[in-house]
Design a protein around this ligand. Structure first.
Ligand code: FE
Ligand code: FE
Ligand code: ZN
Length: 282
């Protein structure tokens, strides 16, 4: 049953969890995403247990769910340098430890850039990171993000994502976050053949692994491998195709996160536009 459109935006985490919950509600959102630490890396702030407790009560009251923590961009799971791979391992393990304070949510990361070592090596290194960081007892599902294929990024095809998951031991703790701008830029035609793309995802990865959507328009034509996000309806994907995404019978149950170039007023407008385009089941 389609019950509600679950949608939110990417928020600043600098003022803590309760502040993010309040910002989400102010935007008309019922979920949100945030960076676990400075997106360029560095040490995470210690969590404040009182802030978390207040947030959890606020989230319950306001029906906020499926929040998605995003790993820093500087984390490259398949870096060639040992020190960078160690940083990725320690960052993910530490983030997952901290996220146990808000159990039952998601942690999304970029599978990384192989920097000339080849996609196959990238896949092995990314899986090795997951096998290091995932713990049988954790309550967070780690989501691999589908990438555009700019530079030497891996995760640009469903096959590469499937190959990573195949090598992970604790598969129950791994899912996929599908980014509409990224898969469009990677070559998947979600404008004219959305059903075929979803069927292909199911054949290669399996829809049970699909846990969240990053809903973005793209500044560039399909297959451009650029990764430049546009506001909803202002890019090459367009409002009609993104409306079809939120209303798709399989996708409609997932949380949607906007990562469009907006301030909070812009996000509120996009959320209300998309809610107006939501078609409840007849
Ligand atoms: Fe991302
Ligand atoms: Fe994204
Ligand atoms: Zn992107």
């Amino acid at each position: 049953m389609k019950e509600q459109l679950r949608i939110g935006s990417h928020l600043s985490s600098s003022a803590g969890y309760l502040a993010m919950g309040q910002a989400a509600v102010a935007q008309g959102a019922d979920t949100f995403a945030f960076f676990t630490r400075n997106p360029r890396g560095g040490k995470a702030k210690e969590l404040n247990p009182k802030d978390i407790e207040d947030f959890l009560a606020f989230a319950k009251k306001n029906r906020i769910a499926h929040i998605i923590a995003h790993a820093p961009y500087t984390m490259n799971p398949c870096a060639a340098k040992d020190t960078l791979r160690t940083f990725a391992r320690e960052t993910m393990a530490d983030d997952l430890r901290r996220l146990e304070m808000t159990p039952g949510n998601y942690y999304n990361f970029h599978p990384g850039s192989h920097v000339g070592q080849g996609a196959q090596t990238g896949i092995e290194l990314c899986a090795a990171l997951l096998n290091y960081a995932l713990k049988p007892t954790q309550h967070t599902t780690v989501l691999i993000e589908t990438m555009s294929g700019k530079g030497t990024e891996i995760g640009k095809t469903f096959q590469e994502i499937a190959a990573i998951i195949e090598r992970v031991e604790l598969k129950d703790h791994v899912g996929v976050c599908l980014d509409t701008c990224h898969i469009w830029d990677a070559g998947y035609d979600i404008v004219s053949h959305l059903d075929d793309v979803i069927a292909e995802f199911n054949d290669i990865i399996g829809l049970d692994h699909l846990k969240a959507i990053h809903l973005n328009d793209s500044l560039n034509p399909r297959s451009s491998k650029k990764d430049r996000h546009a506001c909803i309806g202002e890019g090459a994907i367009g409002l009609d195709a993104l409306t079809a995404v939120i209303n798709h019978p399989i996708l409609c149950r997932l949380p949607f996160i906007l990562e469009t170039p907006n301030d909070s007023e812009g996000y509120a407008k996009e959320i209300s536009l998309l809610r107006s385009r939501w078609k409840p089941e007849k």
